[in-house]
Ligand binder design. Sequence first.
Ligand code: TYD
Ligand code: MG
Length: 465
Amino acid sequence: MAKHPTFACQSCGAVYNRWRGKCEACGGWNTVIEDSGSAGPLAGPAATRPSRAKGRVFALEALTGENRPAPRTRTANDEFDRVLGGGLVPGSVILIGGDPGIGKSTLLIQIAARVAAGGHRVAYISGEEAVAQVRLRADRLGLAAAPVQLAAETNVEDIVATLSEGAPPLLAVIDSIQTMWTETVESAPGTVSQVRGSAQALIRFAKTHGTALILVGHVTKDGQIAGPRVVEHMVDCVASFEGESAHHFRILRAAKNRFGPTDEIGVFEMTDRGLAEVPNPSELFLAGRDLATPGTAVFAGMEGTRPLLVEIQALVSPTSLGTPRRAVVGWDPSRLAMVLAVLEAHAGIKLGGHDVYLNVAGGMRITEPAADLAAAAALVSSLTGVPLPPESVFFGEIGLSGAIRPVTQIPARVKEAAKLGFSSAFGPPPLGEAAERATLRAFAHLADLVAQIAAGRRRPARAAE
Ligand code: TYD
Ligand code: MG
């Protein structure tokens, strides 16, 4: 039977029956290419198996059956374990995505070495570098003595056969999934169907042998090779490794986790000896802060269970352009637009004739709505030229009415601020039992905060709660 060509988006995996310039599923341009090896999402041995009219009967189990918590193996890297939800779960599959050169291979050879040093069988399969290159890096990181089993291999059938010999590895790292290819799929390595088919074969191995599998996935912007999104739905945990090339720290952020929370982050610093864990990231993010400058506010945020203080910087300057500029780094531009609109509508702050720049210091990316108040404070401070009290932190979500809305985990935020020497906190009412730890200033409405900042450093009456 003649096979119709199929076309697949190399970024998100959407399948089309004809070529198109723009993928309708993810909006990517020029990402749809012919991918005729695709037999749909089930490509792989299942698709090539001769059809059986009658299925095999398998045992069904009760939901109330024996329930053992998944035993985990800690990798002895606290930041990595935190993101996984407490260590490696046997048979689980973790996808780690990130830009090329961000440090994925460095992190994973370090993790592999730590786990191997604990007396477990660990295999590190590189499809990108020769064994000598991986060894050279491990040598430079001081890990050469770790009993990690190394190979440079890209054929999935060979990899599965090799790993199946002897005791199954506790951990196998595949660097990267885009370089792998399986004989069951016709198309070229790096295409959607190859990446999917290879991932499926490796995942099947992990599930049947109880091996924790880490797949590295490059994020690709040009869509020439399939991105990690193509396999996201097949794995148990998806984490992205992020950072700016200009900064030394890197953040591992879980986006999906079947065995743990998804809002945890792990913070690392890239050094000449590899990635070092950063147990107290607030100190790192606040290092080198300029206290007397208007336009900077410290946000007391939460990343999962951990409080994190970061500096938000704003610059408001009169514009000569017809349409003033709004530029944001590290925060959601539509939230900035909302905060600017609320400042204008409910607090009398007119920024229509000003360019506005907002930057989260250190290259951190903030997603919490609780950052609204800190951003607003930084903006007002920059506009008025009045520096904010240096020993203060800010948190609170701003509603469209200008009301400052409560946020979660206020005690943890205030405690972290107090630990780092911040004596006062600006937040929504009621600030509750956290009150003993710092001087708290509760504001119910954005206009009250603006009046407070504009009045300079005059100390306010402590708000009633
Ligand atoms: P790498 O782990 O190869 O990135 P990826 O696998 O995500 O593509 O990291 C490469 C970068 O890390 C490279 O720019 C050099 C830097 N690096 C250090 O700064 N210190 C080190 O000890 C190592 C091994 C790498
Ligand atoms: Mg690499």
